[in-house]
Design a protein around this ligand. Sequence first.
Ligand code: AMP
Length: 224
Amino acid sequence: MIPGARLVILGKQGAGKGTQCVRLARHYVVPHISTGDMFRAAAQSGTDFGRRLREYMDNGELVPDDVTIGVVAARLEQDDTTTRGFILDGFPRNAHQAEELAHILKPRDIDLALDLEVDTEVVLKRLAARRVCSTCGANFSTDNPPKYDWTCDVCGGEVVQRQDDTEGAIRRRLELYEQETAPLIAWYLERDKLVQVNGMGSPDVVTTRLIRAIDHRRDRDRLR
Ligand code: AMP
């Protein structure tokens, strides 16, 4: 049987985390857990909670840690993650969340955190061109649109620009990434849990690099 995996993916907004996570989730047969997708779904619910989430997201601000950690902890208790593992996308985003994740997973830890490295100029261009399906979250871009008139190839939903892909919110999210999330690279390095992977190039090339890095690390840990 294909072994599961317990993975975290780090990288700036627009580095390609979402696209790569869908592929890695398929390859290792584990759920792709994206806090951004979970919050976007909740924001569409029309509840007060959803409206508050929408405000944080549209301004490029982080949702408060207690809410975020509670949502992730509940998801990580479900059978699919306890038996197969997971790939976490967009979480942890700061040191407090990383500590809480280690606490939630005790006595086991993650296998690996992957840092997907892409230049800031490239992510800015990708974010401006990014389009997503408002129903299933599939990723497209102005260079790679759906086949028919902004209708999702996967589910037929409407393909739109994300509400937080505005210039101001993008700037704020990248600022928060540098302040809050980039320090996690050192945090996982110190714990010998980090691999840095070049995120430039075609999605297929990047997926191959990621799988090679994960399998290499697993072989090393098995031989220890
Ligand atoms: P993303 O799709 O990962 O870019 O996330 C979209 C938005 O959801 C972020 O700008 C935050 O407002 C919120 N969000 C997602 N993950 C987290 C997290 N781990 N902590 C706090 N806020 C988050």
